[in-house]
Design a protein around this ligand. Structure first.
Ligand code: HPA
Ligand code: ZN
Length: 335
């Protein structure tokens, strides 16, 4: 199964580029940029990773970003992830970035997106890995800040496929960002939002995503299983759910394997993703392998999850069909 998963052509739809910042790159950028770190070595930094819920993760995640200052830093971050993705047989990725986490530190929007975009172009030409970018608003900042960020992004609209919503969900419901998402939709962007696992008012938040915002996808969304009416809507609209099992193991102490299986049984388009792989120490293959080894998911279920990623990806029909064919050809060879 390990080799089967490793060689299977895959897509990733829920990965935060800032969450791919490996301790070694942190140290290299800190040295280059003259930024002081609290730890002596990458190993010591890694040993200090101590997350047990969303806020404790986010505190470490935002602090670490301080080493990202220049266009080349965002290039390196993205390029390292895309090389890793290529090694893992990820042929297509939709990647999140958090511009407000950088503009709030004085790093221009243009610096961030140009560095990322340059790495995307290199990955396409040198590695054959196709990627798209999703801009996330930070939900613990104001609605006005989200609108301002959307205005900053519109000149680069050709480089962005959609918008998302991340960071601390507590007291920051989807409807807080109704205007920013409505404007993004009018500009032709796709919409997704995090509904993190076991958050306060999670069913209300999922309902707002579906009824008020009109999302094209939900990130995490595991708690939708608790309400059959929400499941019906998600199934009828063929909405993808981007589940992140190893992330869940850190943040809610469960791989949520039983929930993922239940989604498949209900005909929901669950997909598997790494979220913040440098922090949770698991890229996509490790997530799939954990689901098999620790969660008991079968080869058939793993294949369905991987196919779902291509089915719900923001691809044109022709590309989608090509990727699904790649998977089917692989399955025939592996049979
Ligand atoms: N949830 C909310 N915010 C985040 C996450 C997440 O999983 N990862 C990075 N920022
Ligand atoms: Zn996430």
């Amino acid at each position: 199964m390990k080799a089967f998963i490793e060689n299977l052509p895959k897509a990733e739809l829920h990965v935060h580029l800032e969450g791919t910042l490996e301790p070694e790159l942190s140290f290299a950028l800190a040295r280059k940029n003259g930024v002081a770190l609290e730890y002596e070595t990458p190993e010591a930094l890694l040993a200090a990773y101590d997350f047990h819920d969303l806020p404790s993760f986010l505190a470490i995640y935002y602090k670490a970003m301080n080493v990202l200052r220049h266009e080349q830093d965002f290039f390196e971050l993205t390029w390292q992830y895309l090389q890793k993705a290529h090694q893992q047989k990820i042929v297509y990725a939709e990647m999140f970035f958090d511009p407000q986490a950088h503009t709030s530190r004085g790093v221009p929007f243009d610096t961030v997106i140009r560095g990322i975009h340059r790495a995307q172009e290199r990955a396409a030409s040198e590695l054959g890995v196709q990627t798209k970018l999703i801009m996330c608003f930070l939900r613990d900042l104001s609605a006005e800040s989200a609108l301002q960020t959307l205005r900053q992004a519109l000149p680069y609209q050709d480089w962005i496929v959609g918008v998302g919503l991340d960071s601390d969900e507590k007291d920051n419901p989807p409807v807080k960002f109704a205007e920013a998402f409505s404007r993004a939709r009018d500009a032709g962007l796709r919409l997704t939002m995090h509904c993190d696992v076991n958050q306060q008012n999670t069913l209300l938040h999922i309902r707002q995503c579906l009824e008020t915002i009109g999302v094209d996808r939900i990130d995490h969304g595991v708690n939708s299983l608790e309400d059959p009416a929400l499941c019906d809507i998600i199934r009828e609209r063929s909405l993808g759910l981007t589940v992140c099992p190893v992330s869940n193991r850190f943040v809610v102490q469960s791989l949520t394997a039983a929930e993922i299986r239940r989604m498949l049984d209900l005909g929901l388009r669950a997909t598997i993703n790494s979220d913040d792989p440098a922090y949770f120490r698991a890229y996509l293959n490790e997530n799939l392998l954990a689901l098999h080894q620790d969660g008991g998911l079968t080869r058939h279920e793993i294949v369905q999850l991987v196919k779902n990623s291509f089915l719900v990806a923001w691809l044109d029909d022709e590309s989608r069909a090509e990727y699904l064919l790649q998977v089917d050809e692989y399955l025939q060879r592996a049979a």
